[in-house]
Design a binder for this molecule. Structure first.
Ligand code: NAD
Length: 348
């Protein structure tokens, strides 16, 4: 029996990626929808074979507690609404999957972890790249130690926002600009690759003058993370540069280039190392798999087997703590030091 998911919010990600991805899932299926638009919800429900009585509006969402088909609530709303709906889902006794960024800040994220702990439900943050095979291969190759120490990680995530992205320019709805929305992938991936927590961070923010979209949130951020073992991550994110989503790791004995690392598809991986006197550049090819289906199935497996997800709520808290340090650094134009604590529990 597949694990039943309720999708909260029928925006672009839900309609174009998540709902279609269920066709490629092996352990999960969509069984309920939550939307502010009844006509759209009914149409989508019909398309996915979801009965009308499993379509909820935001006000009536709490009735989901009485719907035994729903085991996981997947919150896919603007970031500023994540906290409310994760807390309501936990109160309804449902496991929760929450889109990234987890919340608007670390205080909200901690509330969400506490609410899920108290309700005895699982909480997973949808860091899809941690389920994407080429990203996993990169993490595994670096962590194996075969290529020596990782000196530099270079990560870029840029894209130009369109007319459908209005809420992304509101601090209340988005929490911030490019950093929490897309720069987060650079941050989260650098942590996943090293398996360490940064001990020092530095950031500069750049906004185009006079552009009303950047009154509340930032357009571009360049930031650096220093890890305890000496790895430096240099990261760039922007809402003002053409789509570019690449990852490079420079190690003692070679390098790994992953083009489209943070994209939905199209990852291309090259690995270089010495073979005797020759420089060998290997093109790595892995089977194509839908990363959204993989992450949804991961959550379904965790529910079935009572396991902690690979990217639990605490992972989201940690990224918010670090993003707050990055904002502080940009504000003070100085590096910010963090306590050297290993694992996911680093606190300032
Ligand atoms: P979107 O604007 O396309 O959809 C947002 C949905 O929320 C819409 O259906 C909208 O009607 C609804 N909504 C409810 N209350 C709203 C309000 N007060 N203001 C605006 N919309 C409201 O956004 P999206 O791109 O689908 O993003 C949704 C979430 O998914 C965000 O947290 C975003 O960061 C995340 N996301 C993740 C990925 C990924 O690759 N994992 C990609 C895109 C978006």
């Amino acid at each position: 029996q597949r694990v039943g998911f309720a999708i909260v919010g029928l925006g672009r990600l839900s309609l174009e990626q998540l709902l279609p991805a269920f066709a490629e899932c092996k352990r999960a299926r969509p069984v309920a929808l939550v939307s502010g638009s009844p006509e759209k919800a009914r149409l989508v429900a019909a398309q996915y074979g979801i009965p009308d009585q499993a379509v909820y509006d935001y006000a009536g969402f709490d009735r989901i507690a009485e719907d035994p088909r729903v085991q996981v609530v997947y919150v896919v709303l603007p970031n500023g609404l994540h906290r409310e709906f994760v807390m309501r889902a936990a109160k309804a006794g449902k496991h929760v999957m929450c889109e990234k960024p987890m919340a608007n800040n670390s205080a909200e994220a901690r509330d969400m972890v506490a609410a899920c702990d108290q309700a005895g439900v699982k909480l997973m943050v949808a860091y899809r790249c941690q389920y994407e095979p080429y990203n996993r291969e990169t993490i595994q190759r670096v962590r194996s130690g075969d290529m020596g120490a990782a000196r530099f990680i270079e990560a870029t995530n840029t894209q130009v926002m369109g007319p459908g992205d209005q809420w992304r320019f509101s601090k209340a709805l988005a929490g911030g600009g490019a950093l929490p929305d897309i720069g987060l992938y650079c941050l989260n991936t650098a942590r996943a690759i090293t398996g360490e927590e940064p001990i020092e961070v530095f950031a500069r923010i750049f906004n185009p003058e006079g552009d009303p979209r950047y009154r509340e949130v930032e357009e571009s951020v360049s930031f650096m993370l220093r890890f305890p073992s000496g790895t430096i991550a240099n990261c760039t994110t922007s809402y003002g540069a053409h789509e570019s989503k690449d990852l490079r790791v420079r190690l003692e004995k070679g390098w790994i280039d992953l083009e489209n690392a943070f994209a939905y598809e199209g990852q291309q991986m090259q690995v270089a190392h010495r073979g005797g006197k020759a420089e060998i550049v290997e093109r790595v090819r892995l089977p194509q798999q839908n990363q959204f289906a993989l992450e949804i199935d991961h959550m379904a497996s965790c529910v079935k087997e009572n396991r902690m997800p690979r990217t639990p709520g605490q992972e989201g808290v940690q990224d918010h703590v670090l993003m707050e340090a990055l904002y502080e650094s940009a504000r003070t134009m100085a590096p910010v030091s963090l306590k050297a604590v290993s694992g996911r529990d680093t606190t300032r």
